[in-house]
Unconditional design. Sequence first.
Length: 189
Amino acid sequence: MSFFDPEKLQSAQKSNLDLLQQISAKVFEGVEQLSQLQFKTLRASSEEQFDSFRKLLAVSTPQGFAELQASLVQPTVQAKRLKEFNSQVYALISGTQSEISKLAERQVEEGTKQVQELMDVIGQNAPAGCEPAVAVFKTALANAGSVYESAQKAAKQAAEVAESSVAAATSAAEQATREAGKKAAGGSK
């Protein structure tokens, strides 16, 4: 008698291969989106540089040059652009990570179900007197599931703390940039 069903083993291997393919697809999708975001940002930056050069070529007086220089050096605008770019990158990475986590969670649930089924088969076919050993294995399996769930909750909480820390740091940087912009505007008058 065999405890392992070859069809179930083959099904599990197929399921693992499908999961790997889905994760790979999500990673490639995320990389593609990140590349598009970087290209879009680079294009916009390049256009801004050419516009600045055109304005510089059109300047004919020292006062016009000073006004152009003041309009080009705007830390608040630059900080907002950087914040927006970083927010988009963070959202993209966070979304990709979340989708991959969901795929992995489903796979872990399926694997846990298969192990539980195997333990039931072993329990039903075990010789008399082995019940305590089977009970120990089932308890260990339940404990491993609890540890996994606790680790998953802790990881989610850590991600939430990191997200709120990023938001707080961004807010502080924006405030510092606004204050620096106000000082620069007040000092140039």
